[in-house]
Design a protein around this ligand. Structure first.
Ligand code: GLU
Length: 551
């Protein structure tokens, strides 16, 4: 009767399952190679947690060899947004996550195991649903909303678990004739899985991240084909990961309770089940409590936030590595110059208890990551960002490209490497006062700190421009400044001043501060010697004139 039933319910299915089983050739993986996949819904929002999961999948494929697939799970048509797939692919590009197989654009894909968008796989699912009916593992359900409510009420009254199972599964026992009559009468239906599971029994399985786990068997007759003709997530997962020959399903922990059902479906279909790794949600600490990073409450939950803020993607990745493997920090300390791809990832070092996202730490990592870049890299990446998010700055950076790279090169080598840039949006503050266009317009307030007398300041500046020589090396330059300070009644050494403060008007630090502020209006800047040299005597003179005029 099952064959008859299958033909009655699904007369127009194009191909049978043999067709698909033959269509997709075995992958013939080498020993230890993996097929992993990231399978998001295209909802127009890429959560940091998703990026975290995707990155783990990518790392696993990289370290073990094999392939990383991007499959789009769009069977819930209500949640779709325009260009949802394109946005995911774009985020992958932003974060340098290579897609070996699957969707690579809104409607573009690569690979021989597709289509990789579930809405395009309707015929495939139909073949397998029909087959499930044929082999007696699925049946039609005609229950209305009202029927389901009635069942729930009865269960509540009887203090039973809710759901569609065993004796509560009304349509499970319909005869062929009853079904036929209903179909002919045009009653709408969906298709359910016929579960043989026993809730009293336990299934055990070994999660790669969480270890041995025990759950009750699944006895729910879950829906596998919805009224819109598309499968549910659970059924699509089984069929897709079977046909795509996924070896490891690495996904968010929210799916862990579905494992009994998934393993059952794989077993009932006679398919080999993949291994599962359920990774923690990304958490945030708030008022001493941990909670999930929330799309609604936390702007930093969106992966696009980091790109917009100009946080280098390399730093975000580096940060994610920190929360992926507990030994990463030590590894980084021992290997400060190594590439992330050289990190020996291990499932054993993954925490099962919530990956904590700490913004302060991220910023710290950003500073380190940028400090390891060359001036040219900082320039290129910063400019790329500025071209989209700070066009005026981008223009200046391009107009004065060599000058800018030289500025960015200050304190980039040697013992004390600068760590003042955490994100590309910091570049404006770091650079703009050095561009005359901005400096003369916007930098109008001077705060000279200890030396406040106008005459003294004017004196220092006038004297300094006389002795300044662009060709002096750093020692000569500093010695000259000291000499000048001495002549004007300031201590040449801070120590001497501290010992006899009454003997001096101030010390060398106060004098160099006057020069720094007159030059930039700022009390904190990178190395003064380098700033002066980059501006050159003509520009210094002009800046001093402006400073004196504003006294
Ligand atoms: N579409 C599911 C999600 O977005 C995929 C879960 C899985 O990887 O199996 O969470």
């Amino acid at each position: 009767m099952s064959k008859e039933l299958a033909d009655l319910l699904m007369p127009n299915v194009k191909y049978n399952v043999e067709y698909y089983e033959n269509l997709y050739k075995p992958r013939n993986l080498n020993e230890g190679e993996v097929i992993v996949r990231f399978a998001p819904s295209p909802t127009g929002f890429i959560h940091m947690g998703s990026l975290y999961t995707a990155l783990i999948n990518r790392i696993v494929a990289d370290t073990k060899g094999g392939k990383f697939l991007l499959r789009i799970e769009d069977t819930d048509q209500k949640r779709q947004v325009e260009n949802g797939v394109g946005q995911i692919v774009e985020a992958f590009n932003d974060y340098g996550l290579k897609i070996d197989e699957g969707m690579i654009g809104e409607n573009e894909e690569i690979g021989e195991y597709g289509p990789y968008k579930q809405s395009e796989r309707k015929e495939i699912y139909e073949a397998y649903v029909k087959w499930f009916i044929e082999i007696g593992k699925a049946y039609p359900c005609f229950c209305t909303e009202q029927d389901l409510n009635d069942i729930r009420e009865e269960q509540t009254k009887l203090k039973c678990r809710t759901g569609y199972y065993r004796s509560f599964a009304k349509c499970r026992s319909l005869t062929f004739e009853e079904i036929k009559a209903k179909v002919e009468a045009g009653e709408p239906y969906i298709i359910r899985f016929k579960s043989n599971g026993n809730y009293e029994k336990k299934i055990k399985y070994k999660d790669i991240v969480r270890g041995q786990i025990e759950f009750p068997e699944n006895d729910q007759d879950i829906i596998i084909l919805k009224s819109d003709g598309l499968p549910t997530y659970h059924f699509a997962h089984i069929i897709d990961d079977h046909l795509m020959q996924t070896t490891h399903v690495i996904r968010s922990e929210e799916w862990i309770s579905s494992v009994p059902l998934h393993l059952q479906l794989f077993a009932e279909a006679g398919f080999k089940a993949p291994k599962y790794a359920h990774v923690s949600a990304v958490m945030k600490e708030e008022n001493g409590n941990k909670r999930k990073l929330s799309k609604r409450k936390d702007p930093e939950a969106a992966s696009s936030y980091y790109v917009e803020q100009g946080i280098p993607v390399l730093a975000v990745k580096e940060y994610l590595y920190n929360i992926i493997n507990s030994n990463f920090e030590d590894w980084r300390r021992q290997n400060p110059d190594k590439n992330l791809s050289e990190f020996p990832f291990s499932f054993n070092k993954m925490s099962a208890s919530g990956a904590l996202f700490d913004h302060v730490k991220l910023i710290d990592i950003c500073k380190n990551v940028i400090s390891r870049m060359s001036a040219k890299e900082v320039y290129d990446l910063g400019l790329e960002w500025a071209k989209v998010y700070d066009k005026d700055l981008a223009q200046l950076m391009e107009k004065y490209s060599e000058f800018t790279i030289n500025l960015l090169n200050i304190e980039r080598t040697g013992k004390k490497i600068r760590k003042d840039i955490a994100k590309w949006s910091d570049l404006r503050e770091t650079l703009e006062y050095m561009y005359d266009e901005v400096f003369y317009e916007k930098y109008l307030e001077y705060g000279y700190q200890n030396i406040t007398d106008k005459k003294d300041i004017e004196n220092i500046l006038n004297k300094y421009i006389e002795i300044y020589d662009e060709n002096d090396d750093k020692d000569t330059w500093f010695n000259k400044m000291k000499e000048m300070a001495g002549e004007l009644g300031y201590a040449k050494e801070v120590k001497a001043y501290k010992e006899n403060p009454d003997m001096y008007k101030g010390h060398i630090g106060d004098v160099s501060m006057v020069i720094r502020v007159a030059l930039t209006t700022k009390q904190n800047t990178p190395d003064l010697y380098e700033l002066l040299k980059n501006l050159g005597k003509g520009k210094i003179q002009k800046r001093f004139d402006k400073a004196i005029a504003s006294l």
